[in-house]
Design a protein around this ligand. Structure first.
Ligand SMILES: [Zn+2]
Length: 302
């Protein structure tokens, strides 16, 4: 049995998967915000509850914001700031008396969709989360790609490539730079772009609904968004050359992206043709917790 935990800023989710990926049990609790000790206890408690419910012991994988630094073993880059600098791996492994694997939540999303989701059977998968922020992760042959900095796939804080008039230096980003891909492709980035042009503050769903109803300004906003996503993903294709790119997060529900973005990205891809597929997720919001469980591949699961 595999247990996956998805450690979010507001909620902590757990799932127990049978060997074939069938969910056996699910739990969800509120994340104890700003309390590291309570957060670790809640994670261990969730594992114990899932094991009590199923009567089985499982491997444990965790998807989290940020990553564990390969150099120090401590949490870094997490927007749940009370985790930063903490030895989460050591503390949770100690409480559970077994090794625990950790990966960034976008990596878990990519892994979940690569194992038995929308990209099942694909060798190289780039997972993108376009929601509150913009993150990315890479799965190769059903394993998360990690590197010495634990940042593989983190392209949201690269600058928007091939900028057009008005896009450079771009909006300020919380990371301290300007014009990051996240400032254009995240949900707040889309809303801010629409507001800069129209003076009207709307959410992504409202902009999409207006465009559907024939509103020219909303349609223009979505076209700018699609062109920017095409350029941003073309730069990924040029480096990683994935078989499949899967979108997750709130904006992945915009069905037109799957037609309009690939229709444009060939202009910036260094190839005579582009056979990469862009697809919606299969597991949706459950991908994070499922991918965490799959951090233990089949032959290693208990
Ligand atoms: Zn940034």
């Amino acid at each position: 049995m595999r247990i996956g935990l998805d450690l979010g800023g507001t909620k902590l989710e757990g799932i127990a998967l049978d060997d074939d990926g069938t969910p056996l049990a699910r739990r969800r609790v509120a994340t104890p915000r700003h309390d590291y000790g309570a957060t670790v206890e809640a994670m261990a408690g969730l594992v114990r509850d899932l094991e009590a419910e199923t009567g089985r012991r499982g491997t444990v994988g965790v998807g989290m914001p940020g990553a564990l630094s390969p150099a120090t073993g401590l949490v870094k880059n997490a927007n749940s700031t009370w985790l930063i600098g903490q030895p989460l791996d050591r503390d949770l492994s100690g409480l559970l008396e077994r090794p625990v694997r950790f990966a960034n939540d976008a990596n878990c999303f990519a892994l979940s969709e690569a194992v038995d989701g929308a990209a099942a059977g694909a060798r190289v998968v780039f997972g993108v989360i376009v929601g509150t922020g913009t993150g990315g992760g890479i799965a190769v042959e059903r394993k998360v790609l990690t590197g010495p900095n634990a940042i593989a796939g983190e392209w949201g804080h690269n600058p928007l490539p091939w900028p057009r008039a008005g896009e450079w230096p771009g909006p300020p980003c919380y990371c301290g730079r300007s014009g990051c891909i996240e400032t254009f492709l995240s949900g707040p980035g889309l809303a801010a772009d629409h507001e800069r042009v129209t003076g009207v503050r709307l959410g992504g769903e409202q902009i999409a609904a207006l465009a559907d109803a024939g509103d020219a300004m909303a349609e223009a906003t979505l076209r700018r968004y699609e062109r920017r996503m095409a350029r941003a993903l073309a730069s990924v294709i040029n480096v990683v050359d994935p078989d499949v790119i899967v979108l997750g997060g709130g904006l992945s529900k915009l069905g037109r992206l799957y037609v309009n973005v690939p229709a444009q990205w060939a202009r910036w891809v260094f190839s005579d043709r582009v056979d990469t597929r862009l697809t919606a997720p299969r597991h949706g919001d459950a991908s994070g917790v499922r991918g965490a469980a799959w951090l233990w591949p089949a032959q290693e699961a208990i």
